[in-house]
Design a protein around this ligand. Structure first.
Ligand SMILES: *[C@@H]1O[C@H](CO)[C@@H](O)[C@H](O)[C@H]1NC(C)=O
Length: 495
């Protein structure tokens, strides 16, 4: 049993990311301050946030990286090394790392492959060696490396690669394991070369807190569009999904497409939109970096970001993105001219299949897909053996075995002591990935990772669901005619 799963998780040698630093074998999870706080950073903010990540059980669901974004330095000293801003970080950065490590977190920092960072602080271009040395000496575990003020050193994949590779080499030379996260906004086909030097790479301009509203500042929402030159900012969830759709398969264990940090809990989307945003980021194997203020979190937000059945899709040991198997552009459009539906499907390590019906149309839609369509990656025209089996359908947002009720989430938030909080999480039997890693929980068939059973699809049949406007239905399909058979056939495909 164990061997089967180890084999399923192993990648053929040729596909292993050449960065090969052993990190991010599943997409990294954590929190980054930028989406809520921008430049308003301090040691206090990072430590208060990490405390809450621990208290709310989020660290034990996998959110381990606490990532500081821009605006932390006062510039470069005479010795050529960056100087932390002691008004914000009184004891320097090493002290922050030590305190986070003591609580079981990993510490991320930020710089730019440019003369300046995006907020016009000193950047690392041509100072890669010094800055990597600083990060390593402080005990940093993660570097988000931005693209502002690149001094024109872009325009071809090789020019961008060379600029980002300088930091990759400098980090490697320090001997410290540092997750390397490129933020080059999808420029110069970074998805084709990012995996050779980094653990993740941003594929678009910055996300903003909108599900589908187009914005001229996000010029680049379709990689095939010749107008897609400047990546920009204000990219909606739908724009980012549509940009990555053509190359989602570039994500592999150790090397992921980064769809940008999460907006869940910031207030600009509905609950259904945030659920769809979170589930798509999980199924497309983006890093899951929370971006909300944990000190002001509501129960709805907590019960979205702590859904272990969705996170188990992100952290599935197979490490492959779902793919888009159909897109309907004839769906009812809104006042911005936006309206479409999409079906996504992806193989999981234990032979299950994740299926997402994404409704970005302007009204509720009855959506469906045949087994033949859903398993097209295993054989065209209904030839996949999977089509000839019955499938149990589980809803990953169902209340049984997936999402926490809002009442319980509110009780977790309201608890006044650590003991009380842990008591609630324990009574609810909430999933703890520190105790049982997702790969192990999935191998054991842990019901908390599998979602609520809602029906079956017969061999040769069709999965159907009514999907509310701006929402996603997220299903896990499990073979009803003997899991082993299915797992074997998908394993054969892989090996
Ligand atoms: C999760 O499990 C770890 C390891 O067993 C334990 O230290 C931690 O307290 C648990 N977390 C919660 C929220 O119960």
């Amino acid at each position: 049993m164990k061997n089967r799963f180890i084999a399923a998780a192993a990648m053929p040698a040729a596909l292993v990311g050449a960065v090969n630093n052993g990190l991010a074998r599943t997409p990294q999870m954590g929190w980054n301050n930028w989406n809520t706080f921008a430049c308003d950073v301090s040691e206090k903010l990072l430590l208060e946030t990490s405390k809450l990540l621990g208290d709310y059980g989020l660290k034990d669901l996998g959110y381990q990286y606490v990532v500081l974004d821009d605006c932390w330095s006062t510039g470069r000293g005479d010795d050529g090394y960056l100087v932390p801003d002691t008004a914000k970080f009184p004891e320097g950065m090493g002290a922050v790392a030590d305190k986070l490590h003591k609580e079981g977190f990993l510490f991320g920092m930020y710089s730019s492959a440019g003369e300046m960072t995006c907020a016009r602080y000193a950047g690392s271009l041509d100072y890669e060696t010094q800055d990597a040395e600083s990060f390593a000496s402080w005990g940093v575990d993660y570097l988000k490396y931005d693209n502002c003020y690149h001094m024109g050193r872009m325009g071809t994949p090789l020019i961008s690669f060379n600029r980002y590779n300088e930091m990759a080499k400098a980090l490697k030379k320090t001997g410290r394991s540092i997750l390397y996260s490129l933020c080059s906004w999808g420029e110069d086909y970074v998805h084709t070369w990012g995996g050779s030097i980094a653990n993740s790479w941003r594929i678009s301009g910055d996300i903003y807190d909108s599900f589908a509203r187009p914005d001229d500042l996000c010029a680049c929402n379709n990689a095939a569009d010749p107008a897609c030159v400047a990546p920009g900012t204000h990219c909606s969830v739908l724009a980012i999904i549509n940009k990555v759709a053509t190359f989602v398969d570039r994500g592999l264990p150790g090397a992921w497409n980064d769809l940008d940090m999460l907006e869940v809990g910031l207030g600009g989307m509905t609950e259904e939109e945030y659920k769809a945003h979170f589930a798509m980021w999980a199924a497309l194997k983006s890093p899951l970096l929370l971006g909300n203020d944990l000190r002001k979190m509501d129960a709805t937000t907590l019960s979205i970001i702590n859904n272990p059945a969705i996170i188990a899709v992100s952290q599935d040991p197979k490490g492959r993105s779902a793919i888009r198997i159909s897109r309907n552009l004839e769906a009812p459009i809104d006042e911005h001219g936006v309206g479409e539906t999409q079906v996504w499907s992806g193989a999981l390590a234990n032979g299950d299949q994740v299926v997402i019906f994404l409704n970005a149309a302007d009204e509720d839609v009855d959506m469906s897909a045949t087994l033949s369509e859903l398993f097209v990656m295993h054989g065209p025209g209904g030839s996949a053996p999977h089509v000839k089996q019955d499938w149990t359908v589980r809803d990953l947002w169902g209340n049984e075995g997936a999402r926490m009720s809002k009442g319980v989430a509110q009780a977790v938030l309201d608890a006044t002591s650590e003991g009380e909080r842990n008591g609630i999480l324990k009574r609810e039997n909430w999933y703890n990935a520190t105790a049982t890693p997702y790969a192990e929980g999935l191998e054991q068939g842990d019901a908390r990772l599998l979602g609520e059973r809602v029906g079956t699809v017969k061999a040769g049949g069709r999965l159907e669901a009514r999907v509310p406007r701006h929402a996603a239905k997220v299903f896990r399909l499990q073979s009803a005619s003997g899991k082993t058979g299915t797992a074997k056939s998908s394993l054969k495909d892989e090996l």
